[in-house]
Write a protein that binds this ligand. Structure first.
Ligand SMILES: [Zn+2]
Length: 246
């Protein structure tokens, strides 16, 4: 038993060297064009044919059904994971959800990218928020909200006041966040299928990109980019025949 334990301890001691091969980022050898080389489980990042983000340019009138949001609970934690700032719900909290394709997707977390990952006619917005939802089978639906520079965003400010300024730090959220105030009142949107925009770049993700942006002040934007130290957007990916519906 002692020998076996020693063996486990040895294996654990060796782990960090192996695990460091799976760091990823947005710059240098860890940048998006290298993600597939960093870990064999991330090959979709290179081989996938339904990857995100995308440039929204040619769209098809399909009269997509309105997005129905039922956001009633507040996230309890704000995390700086070194890749983004993320607000997270506890696993037990399933009170906030959307209805998409007559299916219920529970809101798990939302996070931010600057500049935006998806683009519209080749144009980046300065900030994009991703609300990440999951159904009971683990299928993922992301609702994306764009921000343009303008007036201070009051709801965002509640988060920004407690933004953890170093990677792997988190803050308990002292006040309630109303996610509905982080959505435009007009929820018309584009629909397409895509992937996670970070490793392992898993496909089969339902994307809903809201057409109407909110505002973020220049100072709020500056706070996010200075805490992140660098842009955290993956470049747009080829559509490979996918259609963007509206
Ligand atoms: Zn994202």
């Amino acid at each position: 038993m002692v020998n076996k334990l020693n063996g486990i301890m040895l294996a654990l001691a060796l782990l960090p060297a192996v695990a460091s091969a799976s760091h990823w980022g947005y710059e240098g050898i860890e940048s998006p064009e290298h993600w597939a080389e960093l870990n064999k489980d991330w090959e979709q990042c290179q081989k996938g044919q339904n990857q995100s983000p995308v440039d929204i340019r040619q769209t098809f009138q399909a009269h997509v059904r309105p997005l129905k949001t039922f956001y009633t609970s507040s996230p309890d934690l704000l995390l700086n994971n070194g890749h983004t700032i993320q607000a997270t719900w506890s696993d037990e909290d399933k009170a906030s959800y959307i209805k998409l394709d007559d299916e219920k997707f529970t809101l798990r977390q939302f996070h931010f990218h600057a500049p935006s990952e998806n683009t519209v006619n080749g144009k980046h917005y300065p900030l994009e928020m991703h609300l990440v939802h999951q159904d009971d089978d683990g299928e993922v639906a992301v609702v994306a909200v764009m921000f343009e520079t303008g007036a201070v965003n009051a709801e965002l400010e509640k988060l920004w006041q407690v933004m953890p300024d170093h990677a792997d730090k988190s803050s308990q959220l002292p006040i309630k966040i109303d996610v509905n105030k982080l959505l435009p009142s007009d929820k018309t949107h584009w629909r397409f299928t895509g992937s996670l925009t970070t490793p392992p770049c898993t496909e089969g993700v339902r994307w809903v990109v809201l057409k109407h942006p909110l505002t973020v002040s220049a100072q709020q934007l500056e706070k996010f980019t200075s805490v992140m130290h660098h842009a955290n957007n993956r470049p747009v990916q080829k559509l490979h025949g996918r259609m963007i519906l509206e």
